[in-house]
Design a binder for this molecule. Structure first.
Ligand SMILES: [Zn+2]
Length: 303
């Protein structure tokens, strides 16, 4: 068993809080594709100001749309974070690594979710990143700043890796995300010697192909599994507005116009090929299907 300070802290916190708090839960949703299983594990929930996503959208049309989803425009958003695990034969590949404990209090739960699933961090064979944002990358190190998945090959898009390793990114990314850049570079430096740089179209594992899906970040990758499921990362970043109005620009995307083009192209591919989707910030465990509506699309969760 790979014990880390993070797990010791979590255990201690749980003991202290046991009488006051309900038992902490995590989602674990499974999609079976032939001899492969896609399993989502909850890293917890972020808390974001609503304007972080909704700020640049047409507010007169947004209001009724959000009401239909039961979302209060004035309240903070608490999107779930679903890390995907692919199990096939001896391969146990994680797509993204969660937040770790230093980003926000509501996330960093992946180690507990893995333990509940009976998976030791040493058993993970690959950690494959969609992009370098904190909720996807920062959990890659333990609390001694050592790799949390010591025996895993790590993979990230070359464009994405170079962007976050570039000393100029901290200055160019904007004040709102400067801490993202500092945090990404610090972590990527630790794992650089075990990182394989990948590119659009690469078959990163048998049956798993990288798809460049830029805009949310410059080198964001989604991953198609056996042509039957698409691991979206943040290319489609929620199960409400991003589906209903994919053409709207979102404040959560670093290049919002490019991200909107990427969403539209992804929806075309997913619906043409009738693929399942796994959304990092989609509800109900994140696994579902896409339905084309008269205007926009809808997320239909598998559970
Ligand atoms: Zn992101």
């Amino acid at each position: 068993m790979h014990i880390t300070r993070r797990q010791l802290m979590a255990t201690g916190t749980a003991l202290l809080a046991a009488s006051a708090l309900p038992r902490r839960g995590w989602s674990q949703t499974i999609l079976t594709l032939g001899d492969a299983e896609l399993i989502t594990l909850s890293d917890g929930n972020l808390e974001l100001p609503a304007d972080f996503i909704f700020g640049p959208m047409p507010q007169d049309e947004l209001g009724p749309l959000l009401s239909g989803f039961g979302i209060d425009r004035g309240a903070a958003l608490t999107p779930p974070c679903n890390v995907t695990l692919l199990r096939r034969g001896d391969t146990l590949a994680l797509f993204d690594a969660g937040s770790g404990l230093t980003f926000q209090p509501g996330v960093g739960r992946l180690p507990e979710a893995l333990e509940a699933a009976g998976i030791d961090p040493f058993d993970i064979t690959h950690v494959i990143f969609t992009h370098g944002h904190p909720d996807h990358l920062w959990g890659v190190l333990d609390d001694f700043d050592e790799p949390f998945f010591p025996d895993a090959e790590h993979m990230m898009g070359a464009v994405e890796f170079d962007y976050w390793m570039d000393d100029g990114t901290v200055a160019s990314i904007g004040a709102e995300r400067a801490a993202f850049a500092v945090g990404a570079q610090r972590r990527l430096e630790v794992i650089a010697d075990r990182m394989t740089r990948i590119a659009d179209g690469d078959e990163v594992l048998p049956g798993v192909t990288a798809a460049l899906t830029p805009g949310h970040t410059p080198g964001h990758l989604a991953f198609a599994v056996d042509g039957a499921a698409m691991i979206l990362g943040d290319a489609i970043g929620n199960d409400h507005v991003a589906f209903a109005r994919p053409q709207w620009i979102s404040g959560s995307d670093q290049d919002p116009a490019m991200a909107a083009q990427t969403r539209l192209a992804l929806f075309d591919r997913i619906t043409a090929d009738d693929m399942a989707v796994v959304g990092f910030h989609c509800g109900h465990g994140g696994i579902g299907r896409v339905e084309r509506l008269s205007e926009g699309f809808a997320f239909r969760p598998a559970t």
